[in-house]
Design a protein around this ligand. Sequence first.
Ligand code: ADP
Ligand code: ASP
Ligand code: MG
Length: 409
Amino acid sequence: MGLIVKKFGGSSVGSVEKIMAVAKRIIDEKQPGDKIVMVVSAMGDTTDDLIALAKGINKEPYQYTREMDMLLTTGEQISISLLTMAFKTLGQPAVSLTGPLAGMKTNSVHTKGKLVDIKPVRVLAELDKGNIVVVAGFQGCNEIGDPVTLGRGGSDTSAVALAGALKADSCEIFTDVDGVYSADPRMVKDARKMKEITYNEMLEMARLGAGVMQPRSVEMGKYFNIPIHVRSTFTTKPGSFIREEYTMEDKEFTIRGVAHDNDVAKIAVLGVPNNPGIAHSIFSALADANVDVDMIVQSIRNIEKNVTDMVFTVAITDLPEAKKIVDRVADELNAIAVLIEEDVAKVSIVGAGMLGSPGIAARMFGALSTASVNIEVISTSEISISCLIKNAKLKEAVNAIHAEFFPAK
Ligand code: ADP
Ligand code: ASP
Ligand code: MG
């Protein structure tokens, strides 16, 4: 008996048959006295389809961020109502709640919102009435009640945050893979399933592109210290646990995983004066527009003329906005040129064990060199090393690095 939050992603509720199957499974597995909160995503590719609709009106619909949120929140509303009808059809009392009705309060950064407060009063009241409560993931509302979405993959964050706020006994993320793997199993055939991974390592994997969990959701798990069980919608076998420390698995590998991200673009601002305040003027303008930057490198272009090049990456979805801002600032700074490359991708290795293990970077670069992959930019954190490469070489690169650190047994 316990309070359990179970999140089902888009592919898990991609058709009415799948929705019915989810409802059946939940009822079958429900123990007497269990209180169950479901968090669901939009069906299948609904979110992408809604974005495509908006692009039919305007090629850059994200300039109308409030309206994008008004549109995108409808996706999750379809699935909560259908899943609730499925429960009722099977004789199980249930009720659907939008994010705002479930007490999910956000800031006002439309399409990239952050949860600032959760008051799940209605959720608790409905659980007390004996209902399974079906909550729309990915959404909340700001202080004036406008809908705000939490960024792509945001239903993970809704689920973990709600589990934390409800002091749930467990939080399960049901998806189309049966756990967290050493690399995206769609990309690396021999990827290995992990029994456990720490919050810090999973956060870094997610931040660097492992789309199985939204990075904010892992931060929420760490904040509330709630273990997250990532498992399959389509089987009952145990998945992977994300938690503070390892409890059972010997740390066999220094590297926990290889992550990749091909939704990135490289921006190079060439020939800016090598003076104090230049980096600030570029990056503060981007920060003001909520554009995240990564892999920042400043290099000397011409010592005699005292000018430098500033190179960095942004998410491809932020590129139109970033380009406008960088063009304007580059103009003000008298930069020689702004170059944009979209055919790039980032490949990274992650593992707390690499701290104090010299030679890890050399092994990664060696694997890339053997696979004839050229490295354009390198960046590191305490527990990760990332290389920017050409998109066309991504699959080869990820597999070469994975084979280096996870050799076939
Ligand atoms: P959902 O719709 O359930 O939220 P997502 O597509 O967002 O599902 O996330 C699941 C996908 O994450 C998998 O199908 C897999 O391709 C991808 N993925 C990327 N990296 C990993 C990884 N290291 N381990 C497992 N899955 C990963
Ligand atoms: N439906 C949203 C998306 O596709 C949220 C989610 O699936 O987590 O990004
Ligand atoms: Mg997801």
